[in-house]
Design a binder for this molecule. Sequence first.
Ligand code: ADP
Ligand code: ADP
Length: 225
Amino acid sequence: DAFLTLDDLTLRYGRTVAVDRLNFGLKAGELVALLGPSGCGKTTTMRAIAGLMKPAGGRIVLDGRDITHVAPNRRGVGLVFQSYALFPHLTVYENVAFGLRLARVPAADLKRRVEAALASVGLAAFAGRQPRELSGGQQQRVALARSIVVEPKLLLLDEPLSNLDARLRLEMRSELSRLQRDLGITMVYVTHDQAEALALADRIIVMRDGLIEQTGTPEEIYERP
Ligand code: ADP
Ligand code: ADP
């Protein structure tokens, strides 16, 4: 049974159909890559799952609940984008704590969860730093910690590594694989980089012009011409 189901999802900008009757299902704990060229509808699909855009048709079901019309902050969906947009005047700790403070999580619980999230991305020692004192890769890991600390049911990553240099990209890839393995978070990962999709994903959905062109495991996708 699918943990996330997109059921005939259609997304439009005015008259432009960006995504046309998309159907797919994700199993719990799976990392699925949405792969395809610029303009094929990847970001639009993510925006709809996050609730930042109203579908013109179809349904989104997460963990047995129809979330098609649920407000973004009540979906249990976390987001990491390519520009990580940390609060520059807050410490690493306070950046990660931000969502928990909004949710009025009790102090002792908050401290434990922030420390665990920072440890899980290897930044326990950086809690007191300002974002500008960190490398790009470290800042992206803070953004990751900030997303996982609120314990989302689903994590959406939209080209999260594209602003990083080649070495940091490799480092972050293994970081993401480890997080998925250790925390069992279900993830949708948008990329236009086939190598990245092949390296990271349990399954790949290849999109073209708002449609699914093919789906399969990395092995299956790689073997096809
Ligand atoms: P990406 O390819 O990474 O999705 P783009 O450079 O295409 O990003 O888009 C950047 C911004 O412009 C986004 O906010 C997107 O919603 C918007 N945008 C993209 N295509 C169009 C378009 N045809 N008309 C108006 N806005 C667009
Ligand atoms: P991708 O993320 O795969 O690069 P997008 O989801 O950004 O693709 O775009 C899918 C289609 O929707 C493209 O044709 C793009 O031009 C169009 N589009 C994206 N954002 C907007 C927007 N804000 N207004 C109008 N058209 C848009």
